[in-house]
Structure formats: structure tokens, C-alpha cells
Design a protein around this ligand. Structure first.
Ligand code: FDA
Length: 311
């Protein structure tokens, strides 16, 4: 409950325009702990650096909730460019995309959802390079449409090239998991990072953690690929035990963590033979992503304040 109140307070304050302007103008130095740089070159360099420790990368061009079709199309073009750059650098591109950044909720001249239309181009390009696209999950009003678009894309490209995310804090997620089973979906399980009302999201961390374990175990038992996206050492240890006890092969799942958070744990898991992937955000629109990271941990507020006062 305290965690929830803290998160709510930080996300509410960070949503105020004066706070946003101040942090945007003075906070880039501290944001670089969580953001790999402003351009694709820096992000690709970060992936190559992680490879030295046996860690894989998941590239994410930052941006969300765009308000015009032109901006959405420009954003999609940048993601397509990122795929080209990653391929040219010898990587099998693995990217994450927020459908709100590429036009979800807007309509193409042909009458299709612009987000779906752009996602189709992105997944097709990634598939051509032997890569993968994960559709990030955003705030709860977008869940229905994101899952429906995920279903369409899996139908067109296969679950080897497109996945999505379920958030364990939402009451609905276990039902969504069951509804997706005919797809043998590739799913990333997260706790959830948005400011959500108690009517849709569990307020108590213990419930969120318990639902998290249930979702991961169900996905493993169903024999579908699962991306265990958390820094929670208790959950990670339990997942390791569960996999061992149920004969789940190490190729059937991976651990995912965020760039700049618990690199020690990422390295340790990779050294012990687990597949580990770091989520590497980059780009100029870093503020909303950065705010969510600060909201996850009280110590991060002091880190930001100290960094901004120094800078
Ligand atoms: P929890 O918050 O319980 O933290 C466990 C421990 O991890 C903490 O005690 C601390 O040590 C460490 N930790 C966690 N966050 C930290 C931080 N910001 N700074 C420093 N230490 C930290 N969410 C979403 O809604 N949609 C999405 O698509 C995604 N995608 C995604 C991808 C990947 C690869 C990850 C790892 C996470 C996401 N998330 C997400 C975010 C997710 O919902 C959640 O907010 C964070 O992962 C933090 O929760 P934990 O599971 O780490 O547990």
C-alpha cells in the first residue's frame, strides 16, 4: 500500500508541467542512468557492450501518446530505420514498441487503425531480418485494443516474430492470459508501471507479486515462451526453482531487466547460463519513461535531486 501511495505521488507530481519543464531542462545527466543515449547509434553500442557480458538487448525508441498521424508515421519510420541500423550492425533486431507512439486510435485513409498499420510494417521488417517485436503494454484503456492488434499480428507473422505484455497488477490479466492461449503467445510478464485506479489494478504489492508468479508459472506450464521481466530477486529465485522442478528447459524462457537497473544481477544470471535481455531505451522523449523509473523506488528520488543539484 505504501509503495502504491509513493508511486501515485511521484507520478502525479511528475505529471505537472512546471516539474516536467524543470526536469527536462536539468535532468538529462541523471536520466542517462536509465536511458542509453539520444540516438540509435548509442543504443546499438549499448547492446554490443552488453553482449560482452553475455546479455542480449531489446531496443526501445522512447515516445508515447503521439497526437497526430504525421508524428506517428515519423515515429514508425524511425523504428524502421532502427531495424535497418541494428541489422547493418550485425544484430538480430529485437525491439519494443508502444502502439500509442505509432498511431493507435487514429485512422488511415483506408479506414484501418494507424497503429496496427504501422506495427504491421515494423513486424514485417523485423521478421525479414530474423528479428522480433514486442508490443509494450500501456495504461489500462489501451489493453483491449492492444491485445486485439497483437492477435491480428500473430495471425499474420507468427508468434516467433511478435509478442506482447501482460501486467500482473491488473485484475483482468489472468483472464486475458487464458483468452490468448490459442495463439501460443510469446509473453512478457511485468508487474505494471502506470498510475491506475483501484477498480482495475490491485493496490496491494503482495497481491501483484502473487499474480505475477501465477502468470509466469501458467505460461511455463502451457509450454509457451515467457519473458520474466522483473528485478525482484525473490520472484527470480522462485522461477528458477519452478523451472527446475517442472523440467522447463532454459530455452523456454528468459529473464528481462531494464537498462541501468541491477546489471550485477543480469550478469550473474547470464553467467549461470540463463538467457538474459536488457531493455534499452533511447531517444529524446525520455521524460515519461524516466518518471516511471523514479516512481518505482523511493531511493531514486534522492538520486535525481542530488544529480540535478550537482548538474
Ligand atoms: P519491484 O518494483 O517489486 O522491484 C523489485 C526490486 O527491483 C526493488 O526492490 C529494487 O531493488 C529493484 N528495482 C525495481 N525498479 C527499480 C528502479 N526503477 N530503480 C532501481 N531499482 C529498481 N511495465 C508496463 O506497464 N508495461 C510494459 O510494457 C513494461 N515493460 C517492461 C519491460 C521490462 C524488460 C521490465 C524489466 C519492466 C517493464 N515494465 C513494464 C515495468 C514493470 O511493470 C515494473 O514497473 C518494473 O519492472 C519494476 O518492478 P519489478 O518487477 O522490478 O519489481
Amino acid at each position: 500500500m505504501i509503495d502504491q501511495l509513493y508511486r501515485k505521488a511521484v507520478l502525479t507530481v511528475s505529471g505537472q508541467k512546471p516539474v516536467e519543464s524543470l526536469v527536462r531542462s536539468r535532468g538529462w545527466g541523471v536520466a542517462q542512468r536509465f536511458v542509453a543515449g539520444e540516438d540509435a547509434t548509442s543504443a546499438i553500442r549499448a547492446v554490443q557492450d552488453l553482449h560482452k557480458d553475455g546479455i542480449l538487448g531489446n531496443l526501445d525508441l522512447l515516445g508515447e501518446f503521439v497526437t497526430s498521424p504525421d508524428t506517428a508515421n515519423e515515429f514508425a519510420a524511425k523504428v524502421l530505420g532502427l531495424l535497418n541500423d541494428a541489422h547493418a550492425a550485425g544484430l538480430k533486431p529485437y525491439v519494443s514498441v508502444k502502439l500509442s507512439s505509432i498511431g493507435q486510435g487514429m485512422t488511415t485513409p483506408e479506414g484501418e487503425d494507424l497503429g496496427l498499420s504501422n506495427a504491421r510494417r515494423i513486424v514485417a521488417r523485423a521478421k525479414g531480418y530474423g528479428g522480433f517485436v514486442c508490443l509494450d503494454m500501456e495504461d489500462h484503456p489501451r489493453v483491449d485494443v492492444t491485445l486485439a492488434q497483437f492477435r491480428t499480428l500473430v495471425g499474420e507473422f507468427g508468434h516467433e516474430h511478435v509478442g506482447t505484455v501482460l501486467q500482473s497488477y491488473l485484475y483482468r490479466s489472468e483472464g486475458d492470459w487464458a483468452d490468448l492461449q490459442d495463439l501460443k503467445p510469446n509473453l512478457r510478464i511485468v508487474k505494471g508501471a502506470y498510475l491506475e485506479p483501484e477498480t482495475v489494478a490491485m493496490p496491494d504489492k503482495a497481491d501483484v507479486d502473487a499474480a505475477y508468479r501465477r502468470l509466469v508459472y501458467a505460461q511455463m506450464k502451457a509450454g509457451s515462451y515467457v519473458n520474466v521481466a522483473t528485478h525482484d530477486e525473490g520472484i527470480i529465485a522462485d522461477v528458477e526453482h519452478f523451472a527446475l522442478a517442472h523440467g522447463i528447459a532454459r530455452e523456454a524462457f528468459e529473464f528481462q531487466m531494464l537498462y541501468g537497473i541491477r546489471r550485477d544481477l543480469q550478469k550473474d544470471l547470464a553467467a549461470r547460463g540463463y538467457r538474459v535481455r536488457a531493455y534499452i531505451p533511447y531517444g529524446r522523449d525520455w521524460y515519461p519513461y524516466f518518471s516511471r523509473r523514479i516512481a518505482e523506488r523511493p531511493a531514486n528520488v534522492m538520486f535525481v535531486l542530488r544529480g540535478m543539484l550537482r548538474g
